[in-house]
Design a protein around this ligand. Structure first.
Ligand code: GNR
Ligand code: NI
Length: 168
């Protein structure tokens, strides 16, 4: 188990497209365990492997209040999205301190595998639906700030580069 370093926007590695997992082995289970530990320590409600510079299609999510309902999604795919859309104020561990409204489909159906390779489907709404879309975007190299205006993206980029230069 290890807490991994989380890449920060505008790191270009956040824009790599992750490849599908092919082997459901101990290495994958170790990655899932490290992602979960990193997410809980942050703390965050979700984490995509891309954020820790591992470009494989693996996500962990826990939207429970007690932080005891870990959900693992390997090779997740959105197979249905609602026409209804909803605005949610999103944040991201890779863009610390920035919270902005993003509009997305309100409900999604996702097909994925668990850490042992068994396929399952889930109908998600609320925060889970937001989080699944936010995390799958990470696997496709997209960060939520890319949904904002060019002006806001520029301001966020400048702020992140400034913070990066300041000592902790
Ligand atoms: O911890 C997180 N909170 C959050 C809040 C609103 C919408 C999305 C998220 S995901 C984020 C963790 C993260 O950056 N995952 O990639
Ligand atoms: Ni994020």
């Amino acid at each position: 188990m290890a807490v991994l370093n989380i890449l920060r926007y505008p790191d270009p590695r956040l824009h790599r497209v992750a490849r599908p997992v092919e082997s459901f082995d101990d290495r994958l289970r170790a990655l899932v365990s490290d992602l979960a530990e990193t997410m809980y320590q942050a703390p965050g409600v979700g984490l995509a492997a891309t954020q820790v510079d591992v470009h494989e299609r693996v996500i962990v999510i826990d939207v429970s209040d007690a932080r005891d309902q870990l959900q693992v999604f390997v090779n997740p795919q959105i197979i249905e999205s609602s026409d209804d859309r909803k605005v949610y104020e999103e944040g991201c561990l890779s863009v610390p301190g920035i919270y902005e409204e993003v509009e997305r489909p309100d409900r999604v159906k996702v097909r994925a595998c668990d850490a042992s390779g068994a396929t399952f489907e889930i109908d998600a709404d609320g925060l889970l639906a937001v989080c699944l879309q936010h995390e799958i975007d990470h696997l496709d190299g997209r960060v939520f700030v890319q949904y904002l205006s060019r002006l806001k993206q520029g301001r966020i980029r400048a702020k992140m580069l400034k913070v990066e230069r300041e000592p902790a």
